[in-house]
Each structure stands twice: as structure tokens, then as C-alpha cells.
Design a protein around this ligand. Sequence first.
Ligand code: GTP
Ligand code: MG
Length: 155
Amino acid sequence: MERTFLMIKPDGVQRGLIGKVIQRFEEKGLQLVAAKLVQITMAQAAAHYEEHRDKPFFGELLEYITSGPSFAMIWAGEEIIQVTRAINGKTNPVEAAPGTIRGDYALRKGVNVIHGSDCLESAEKEIANFFTHEELACFLYPADPKEGMTTTPSF
Ligand code: GTP
Ligand code: MG
């Protein structure tokens, strides 16, 4: 089962949007594998946004993402990257379609409620930056029943 890293950024947490955001992914049929509130450190933020280190907005980005608690999550499901990025909407909320998270809840590019990994490789790196293996749930049944059982029950 493919998995991705999604994170409700400090503006989304502050505005009380955690429940609404989780609901969208659950209703789509994706499976929540891990979740927690995190106060991101500068080192974690710099690693997370490493690809943007030469951009003019890098400093602003680090300041924003460390400005308060974020809600880090791992979600699993088929075509998880494409599906979650479509639900998130375009980076710039002005261009994001209504019905997407950014289209419905954000106005500014630099303050856009949610992060989603852009490929499976980045997802694994981002997951390792925020979660330990012990924090991941192990489900008896996956979100997609046709995949069959993922593990043997221990009871
Ligand atoms: P993420 O899911 O957050 O990674 O968004 P993305 O993949 O759609 O966008 P990208 O990785 O290119 O940019 C990462 C984040 O940097 C965005 O979500 C924005 O919050 C921020 N960002 C991107 N472009 C700008 C910009 O021009 N100005 C500012 N202030 N922030 C930007
Ligand atoms: Mg990105």
C-alpha cells in the first residue's frame, strides 16, 4: 500500500481545521496510519523544505512552519500522492479550485493550510523526518479491501 506524509500547517491548526481536513481524507477512503501534533524545530523545518533552500521565500517559510504546532499525518491508499494532492488543491490558494482544501480554506500562497508530499520518495524522507516506526499503526484491514489483510492478527 502506498503512503504519503500530510501535514496541517500552523495556520490550519490555529484556525481549528484539523477535524475538517481529516474528514476529507477519511471520506475519500484513505487510511490514517499515524498522526500527532508537533512543534517543528528549525532543523526539522530546514530538512523538510531543503529543496526550497535557495528560494527567496525560504526564510519566511521556516518562520511560518515553526510559528506554532502543526498536525503531522501519514495516510495510505491507492495512488496516494495524486489523490491527496488533488484534495489539497493548487499551491496558490487563489488558483486552487473550490472543493479543494486550499480552494476552500486559504487565501495566500505562503499560508496555505496543508502540506502534501510530491512523490513517494519524498514521502518516505518526510515520514522519517517526523515519525518513528513505533508510531505507525498496523491495520488488520487496509483501506482498500481488495488488497487483503496486511498483517497476521496477534490475538
Ligand atoms: P507543499 O505541499 O506545502 O509542499 O506545497 P506544494 O508542493 O504545492 O508547493 P511547493 O513544494 O512548491 O512549496 C512548498 C510551500 O512553500 C508551499 O506550500 C507554500 O506554503 C510555500 N511557497 C511556495 N511558493 C511560495 C511563494 O512564492 N511565496 C511564499 N511566501 N511561500 C511560497
Ligand atoms: Mg511541495
